[in-house]
Design a protein around this ligand. Structure first.
Ligand code: CP3
Length: 340
């Protein structure tokens, strides 16, 4: 029996889409908060296989999602380039900001050693998950990871990163290539440990002029896809260039990804008309309507399911679930998507 998510990613349109949620392991679950409270800090949590395995399994036990995404974070990769990463409660990720002059001396370290615990988590999950559940590994895309490295954390408009691209194009290219090459090694490790699908999160793909989108999003993503294929990794790859708008078309045609995750802001009809007809699409419920619940949630789920009917489609949010979502709204979502 082929798993439903793998069928869709092979191009099949199912009567009912399979379903999982971005950030499905997280603070909206009391059992997550309990395990989280036993960890010294967030990075340590991600690098402790028993804890990371447990919180990955929690939403599968509770909701029976068709996909299970590895619990880790996109900001582990900067550690393999020798950068410090830490999380401040209530503020989010922090890194030592990276300037153009720092880039020449960056080197890729022992990826398999530093991130070895994540490989162990994947191996644990491939044994522990139910037979019908697809195990999804992931990494951040180079541009998004680079913005956190340059800005020293999250930022409103990625100003320093955008400036660095225009003022020091060669330095930006080197940084993106280093992140891509470390990411290839990280994802090869995940695939060898049992990940069945890989997803690339480019959370900051919005607001980029076309030549820049080509240089910072498309080219490094293609480098990763080609590097994985050259290393013998055959599993489907989902790309998520969040906020890319019409740039989704070039991304679909030029990166080599198998499938696209669509954000909630992308016009559904436009996506159906302009993206390759046989390409599997995942998405695109607004996380705010999941928070709202009620009739609005039912109506949006119906709209999305009927829009994608006849196309290979995986039901998901257009971005991660927020910590304030009541559990019964997630239960409502799963019942509604499954037509129960
Ligand atoms: O359940 C899953 O989806 C798997 C695990 C996962 C996490 N982060 C766990 C996490 C995944 C796939 C991510 C991806 C991630 N991390 C992205 C890309 C997706 C997106 O949301 O755009 C980004 C940009 C990050 C970086 C990151 N990690 C930020 C900005 C934050 C802080 C914001 C916040 O919500 O507090 C994190 C922390 C983080 N990563 C948490 C979780 C469950 C919450 C931290 C906690 O429990 O204290």
């Amino acid at each position: 029996m082929t798993k439903s998510i793998l069928k869709v990613l092979a191009g099949e349109a199912l009567d009912r889409p399979p379903v999982w949620l971005m950030r499905q392991a997280g603070r909206y679950l009391p059992e997550y908060r309990q395990v989280r409270s036993t960890a010294k800090n967030f990075i340590d949590f991600c690098l402790t296989p028993d804890k990371a395995t447990e919180v990955t399994l929690q939403p599968i036990r509770r909701f029976g999602f068709d996909g299970s995404i590895l619990f880790a974070d996109i900001l582990l990769i900067p550690m393999t380039l020798g950068r410090n990463v830490w999380f401040v409660a209530g503020e989010g990720p922090k890194l030592d900001p990276l300037a153009a002059d720092d880039i020449a001396s960056l080197e890729i370290g022992d990826v398999e050693g530093i991130l070895g615990p994540v490989g162990q988590t994947v191996a644990n999950l491939s044994v522990a998950l139910p037979d019908k559940t697809t195990l999804i590994g992931f990494a951040g895309s180079p541009w998004t990871v680079a913005t956190y490295m340059i800005e020293g954390g999250g930022s409103k408009d990625r100003w320093n990163s955008r400036r660095l691209y225009w003022e020091h194009p060669a330095a930006m290219e080197r940084l993106l290539d280093l992140i891509a090459d470390a990411t290839i090694r990280y994802l090869v490790m995940q695939a060898n440990a049992g990940a069945e699908v890989l997803k690339l999160f480019d959370s900051w793909a919005e607001g980029l002029p076309p030549p820049m989108f080509e240089d910072v999003v498309i080219r490094p993503t293609r480098r990763i896809v080609e590097g994985l294929r050259a290393a013998g990794v055959t599993c489907p790859i989902i790309g998520f260039p969040k906020g890319a708008g019409p740039n989704y078309v070039a991304y679909a045609e030029q990166t080599g990804v198998t499938a696209l995750a669509l954000d909630h802001g992308l016009n559904t009809q436009w996506a159906l008309d302009n993206l390759p007809k046989n390409m599997p699409l995942q998405g695109q419920l607004d996380p705010a309507v999941l928070r709202a619940g009620g009739d609005a949630l039912d109506r949006e789920i119906e709209r999305i399911i009927s829009a994608f009917r006849g196309r290979p489609h995986i039901f998901n949010l257009g971005h991660g679930i927020t910590p304030d979502v009541p559990i019964d709204h997630v239960e409502q979502l799963v019942r509604k998507v499954r037509g129960e």
